[in-house]
Design a binder for this molecule. Sequence first.
Ligand code: NAG
Length: 469
Amino acid sequence: MFLFNVRLLLTFRLEKNTAHVFVLLIYKNLLTCPIASLFPIGTLVQTGGFNDGERNIRMFTPCWDETCDWNEFPGYLSQRRWYATNQILPDGRVIVVGGRRQFNYEFYPKNQNNNSPIHLSFLQETSDPNDENNLYPFLHLLPDGNLFIFANTRSVLFDYNQNRVIKEFPPIPGNDPRNYPSSGSSILLPLDENKDYIEAEIMVCGGAPRASFEGALQGNYMQALSSCGRLKVTDQNPTWVMEEMPLARVMGDMILLPNDEVVIINGVSLGTAGWEHGRGPVLTPVLFRPYVNIGSQWRFTIMSPASKPRLYHSSAVLLRDGRVLVGGSNPHIFYNFTGVVYPTDLSLEAFSPPYLSPIVDQVRPNIQYMSSDILGYRVFSYITFTVTRYTSASEVSVRIIAPSFTTHSFGMNQRMVVLKLVGVTQMNGDTYYATIVGPSTAQIAPSGYYMLFVVHAGIPSSGLWVQVL
Ligand SMILES: *[C@@H]1O[C@H](CO)[C@@H](O)[C@H](O)[C@H]1NC(C)=O
């Protein structure tokens, strides 16, 4: 705990707007496999974990002096939640789904009258007897308020209010599992409020073949998966569209970037997640560009390599300045800094996507002013920004991105909403004025803190923290 406090103090000497991102990463290094959500007021709520922490809730509310500390609520959860996933809901609660040998879900805060876990047979059906493959299920809150839940190869549209599977989607082609220990990753692609009907599309990339975990136990590290699948879950009869990444990867993190691109970063090309089970670190991130035609060599591009392998227990998060911070790597039960194949690594490193290149500085927007740092639902706001070489209003968009809690290759609560843009007008010289409308519902953007970016000609500004309320 001493080490933790020292590092926390360092954190708070950083710029206000990056502070809690660092808190998430530092906290991750200290607990084994916890999960968390950022509450609407900015409190980090962490649920469950391993051993004597498996039913605990811990909370941390940042402060600007050195007085704040964690609050722990032992035994709050009705079940042990080790390798469970959570998601912030439109009403401000957090749903906690699954965990090892838990085929059920519960809520935080709990309902005082009825706190029993609610059975979800989908989790039981997707659990393989030996290696599970349904841990850290992928959860995404959809615009209609239902949850998308993906486990193993299967996925459902789930109404958590009525405990009802509304529909099951087709399994992802290939019969290869995507959840722990076959840890692929999953994202909800940006939701666009400028469309009459808001579509939701899920993208799942990488993972490990079904026999990989058993193979790794015997020292046979199988090639990871290189496929990605996209599923437009708002379609009547959605089907998976499969594509190949240029590299195979398990334990890759998928991070949404402000300009619609997605970076797939960290992980290995052989073996699986779990202690000592990964080999062949993939140092090069891959950038996915959804706006480039399928099959083009520019759709997935390989970026320059990181300096360090990032294996099991590594993490990634988008920073306000547009970089992606990666950190950690510990594939051992203990912290072993020597004498092992991939030593425990507590360092942080940042990936700078191509949009940060000075070559595009001329078209980069710089936010000058926003009418309020509170973005009300359906409320008009305005932002002024400068740009040296302006193109046209059709090249401008304003987006909000929720900070994710990324662990075991999945960014919980990660989402981006492209806000309704009413118009852009020139104020004077290189200064422009954009009118936007706050999110239309809490299903589309649950209340809480988001980073707001102005994007012009594919190049994002630095982000501004706003509170959706
Ligand atoms: C890893 O660290 C633990 C605890 O310090 C130690 O017991 C173990 O021998 C180490 N493993 C290796 C391979 O050095």
